[in-house]
Ligand binder design. Structure first.
Ligand SMILES: C[S@@+](CC[C@H](N)C(=O)[O-])C[C@H]1O[C@@H](n2cnc3c(N)ncnc32)[C@H](O)[C@@H]1O
Length: 352
């Protein structure tokens, strides 16, 4: 946890605090350059490289490549050799965190989300003044694909094991021909993971965002589960199980969605919501909450507000908020499932 200033902090403390935040912001912007321009990837594939070599491999300009390489070295991301010209390489740990899309440590999509949101600043300022919003669709591909890339390794590597450890959910998914909905499935990685783990189940992924659904169909076909996963189609009634992965807090009308889900799930089915593992109240200095409020300021709250009327939940959906939504939708109770250490998430079961 990085310490936030306290009411006793001096002006110098505050200056230092904001100065380190600015350095962090510079890191994020520079990571975005390295990620989007293919510079990290080229360093992994062919490093060490000079600026000229990097530029040539990535079809970018050598003067900019040199500046970025030096900045990354200054900030500790790259290692540089002595010599003229200097060569630069990406150490193994940084290479995994910044380029390995299958690794749980993969973090560069976070930069893409923040930069994507920041490019909407004029629209965000307007939203903050008027109460209108900035939709997921308007934030566009940076948010869409960064979200998918961030959660993908967790779904691919951890979801099956996490659910297998919770008998009340696992048993329902194991029913022959179980009909499971993944509501707000995004690019479909969670639907694909469920299909992989439960070969007898039929999964329906539903999302309001058409480009995500198109990507989900391609991803499912490539994963060879296209015959058991359909997207945006299918009868959503009489379901055995419904999942909402990191999306309830984005929905303008969460209670209506939960009501529809409750009506569609069989009495002996399960409804599971995975959402941010935030605490019960505002916690000063907690890094997870700081990150979640960051998403909320720039992405989730403006997206949720972009369709009115809106509950205006924001990313920091506290356990008590979810419990209220579930109760208002007619669920009898909400409990937390025993799934720990699954990224920043908590798994809730909504009881029929
Ligand atoms: C933060 S993303 C999560 C996507 C995916 N579940 C994942 O974990 O990667 C939120 C998703 O909710 C979808 N969404 C928001 N409101 C929705 C609604 N009312 N019905 C269906 N999808 C919705 C968005 O289009 C977006 O794909």
């Amino acid at each position: 946890m990085t310490l936030a200033p306290t009411p006793q902090s001096t002006a110098d403390d505050w200056t230092e605090h904001v100065f380190s935040a600015a350095l962090g912001a510079i890191d994020i912007l520079a990571i975005h350059l390295g990620d989007r321009l293919g510079w990290y990837r080229a360093l992994v594939d062919a490093g060490p490289l000079t600026a000229e070599q990097l530029a040539e491999r990535t079809d970018t300009h050598p003067r900019y490549a040199r500046e970025w390489l030096e900045q990354q070295t200054t900030s500790g991301y790259l290692e540089a050799s002595e010599g003229d010209p200097m060569t630069f390489s990406l150490p193994p740990g940084a290479a995994e965190a910044l380029t390995d899309e299958r690794s749980l440590a993969y973090i560069s999509p976070l930069a893409r989300m923040l930069v994507g949101a920041a490019t909407q600043m004029p629209a965000l300022l307007d939203a903050y003044r008027t109460g209108r919003g900035v939709s997921w669709d308007q934030i566009g591909d940076d948010a869409r694909w960064s979200q998918a890339d961030m959660n993908r390794p967790w779904f691919e590597q951890m979801l099956a094991e996490a659910i297998a450890g919770v008998a009340e959910v696992h048993d329902v998914l194991s029913r022959p021909g179980a009909r499971i909905a993944d509501v707000a499935c995004g690019a479909g990685w969670s639907s694909i993971a469920l299909a992989d783990a439960y070969p007898q189940a039929n999964i329906v992924g539903i999302d309001i965002d058409q480009p995500s659904i198109e990507a989900a169909r391609t991803n499912a076909a490539e994963a060879d589960v296209g015959h058991r996963v359909s997207f945006l189609t299918g009868d959503a009634a009489e379901l055995d199980g419904v999942f909402i992965f990191e999306a309830l807090h984005d929905m303008p009308r969460p209670v209506e969605v939960l009501q529809a889900i409750k009506a569609a799930v069989k009495p002996d089915g399960v409804c599971v919501v995975m959402d941010e593992g935030v605490g019960d109240s505002v916690t000063v200095g907690d890094d997870v909450e700081r990150l979640m409020y960051g998403f909320s300021l720039f992405v989730c709250l403006p997206d949720g507000m972009s369709s009115q009327p809106s509950a205006g939940t924001g990313t920091v959906m506290r356990p008590s908020t979810l419990a209220h939504y579930a109760k208002d939708a007619g669920f009898s109770d909400t409990s937390v499932l025993p799934i720990e250490d699954f990224s920043f998430f908590r798994f809730y079961r909504l009881h029929l």
